[in-house]
Design a protein around this ligand. Structure first.
Ligand code: FAD
Length: 448
């Protein structure tokens, strides 16, 4: 059991014991507030970590009381974990809470692998954000000292140029990202383990921008780094508690405890509808997504990283990754969306999808026809109508911040979202194009 799962961590290591807590984050916060900033934090020595990270003389707001957190981050998926780490690195005293512990099998971030890619069709913003996220991922991998990233080509199989692919090509040119257009013969030559009879060509994203990330492990490493830097983790389910005017004062924890803090971040992924129904329900749908791991032949590396590229199939549908540890991963096109309750759903794949998935594998990977299914995952996507993330201040509370709607593509952006949340909470200027997409006002109701 990780320390994060074991409940409240010992305060003996808490670098802020005895220092006055502060309210952070209001937009009205004086700009002069000399917060201990990330750059300083990253260069801080172990010795300095033992000292209060937030100098009491720098506190510009009245204390709530001794030992209280500046920021409580509810949810330790990829958004919450990186938000907690970034906030901590910016000098805030941070408590991270998760009802099932970080990246439990119910969390959307819990899979073994996720892709980082810049191929986003015509969504230039996310192509650029992904490229920047990858730079941050590489730095974090080095900092965490464990292998999390597996650079890997990604092929988008198609039988014609679509508007999205034409736009994507322009975006790659603009961002100076390498790519290639490979015809059927070249694909057969490079990836003989796949059948390409129905494929005209593929947009090939190179390993410069396409990378597999070990998802669950990456989030756990992020939480570990957060704790090493003085953050606290709690295993608890939290709902908004007492409020005074436009300020939330505390969280209610299951079991009757309360937790006070200066600010609150709710990075609760598919649970947003439970906590904030008026905001989430009309804007975000939560639906099943399933994938299977196929056993590859003994001694045959063709279906494994680095030989097997990530692929996205615009012809037959679905997407998949080469095996890292568990087999060739394939997520079949699921058909109409099926709602899922993230707490109560059995995580068993549907028979119809297993059948469709097997048929696909036999057609696209003839040598894997009849291959055994080794494992399955049933996950959920919390998707806004726009497919943009929702990251904004709560409309009714000045000190409550929302970060969810990662959809089917949020994982790779975890480090970017974490920094964005820290800027939002810290009252620093936001990237205008991100703010425009992420703000609540830019998320129309599903009914519209
Ligand atoms: C099948 C599938 C494949 C995907 N593939 C990719 C991919 O290849 N690349 C990519 O970039 N993205 C991908 N995504 C999307 C990505 O995984 C998600 O967008 C991302 O993981 C969402 O992270 P999150 O932190 O918002 O949510 P979560 O990971 O769900 O975290 C939310 C956390 O909040 C906790 N929580 C909720 N309510 C409470 C409460 N009241 N109190 C305490 N804790 C609470 C939960 O327990 C949970 O741990 C995929 C998603 C799925 C489902």
């Amino acid at each position: 059991m990780s320390e994060a799962r074991a409940g409240l961590r010992s305060l003996a290591h808490c670098p802020w014991r005895g220092c006055r807590p502060t309210l952070v984050n209001s937009a009205k916060q004086p700009k002069s507030m000399a917060m201990f900033h990330r750059r300083d934090f990253l260069t801080a020595s172990a010795a300095s970590l033992a000292a209060p990270a937030v100098a009491t003389s720098a506190l510009a707001r009245p204390a709530l009381g001794r030992g209280l957190a500046d920021v409580a981050v509810v949810g330790a998926g990829v958004f919450g974990a990186f938000a907690a780490l970034a906030l901590r690195e910016n000098g805030h005293r941070v408590v991270s809470l998760d009802q099932y512990g970080p990246v439990s099998p119910r969390a959307s971030s819990s899979g073994e692998t996720r892709s980082i890619r810049s191929g986003y069709g015509d969504q230039a913003f996310y192509s650029a954000w992904s490229a920047r996220a990858l730079t941050k991922w590489r730095a974090r991998e080095a900092e965490f000292g464990r292998k999390l990233l597996y650079p890997s080509a990604r092929i988008e199989l198609t039988d014609r140029w679509t508007d999205g692919m034409l736009a994507q090509r322009k975006i790659f040119d603009g961002l100076k990202l390498p790519y290639a257009i490979a015809g059927r013969d070249e694909l057969r030559h490079r990836f003989p383990q796949m059948a390409f009879d129905d494929v005209e060509f593929a947009f090939v994203e190179t390993a410069a921008s396409s990378v597999l990330v070990k998802a669950r492990e990456a989030v756990l490493a992020t939480i570990e780094a957060f704790e090493k830097k003085g953050g606290q983790s709690r295993f608890a389910r939290a709902t908004p508690g007492e409020a005074q005017g436009r300020r939330l004062l505390s969280l209610k924890l299951d079991g009757g405890d309360t937790l006070s803090a200066g600010s609150f971040v709710f990075a609760v992924g598919p649970w947003a509808g439970q906590l904030f129904p008026a905001i989430a329900h009309p804007r975000i749908s939560v639906y099943r997504s399933e994938y299977l791991y196929y056993g590859t032949p003994a001694g045959d590396p063709r279906f494994s990283w680095p030989h097997q590229p990530l692929w996205h199939d615009h012809i037959r549908g679905g997407w998949g990754f080469g095996s890292i540890e568990r087999g060739l991963k394939y997520s079949v096109a699921p058909g109409p969306r099926v709602d899922i309750d993230p707490d109560t759903a059995d995580r068993m794949p549907r028979d119809a999808l297993i059948k469709a998935s097997r048929a696909y594998i036999a057609a696209r990977f003839p040598a894997l026809a009849g291959a055994p299914i080794l494992e399955s995952r049933v996950c959920q996507v919390d998707d806004a109508r726009t497919t943009n993330f929702l990251v904004d201040r709560h409309p009714d509370f000045d000190n409550v911040f929302l970060a969810f709607a990662g959809g089917g593509h949020g994982f790779k952006h975890g480090p970017m979202v974490g920094d964005y949340v820290a800027d939002l909470v810290g009252g620093r200027p936001l990237e205008p194009d991100a703010a425009q997409l992420f703000q609540l006002g830019a998320h129309p109701s599903m009914a519209v």
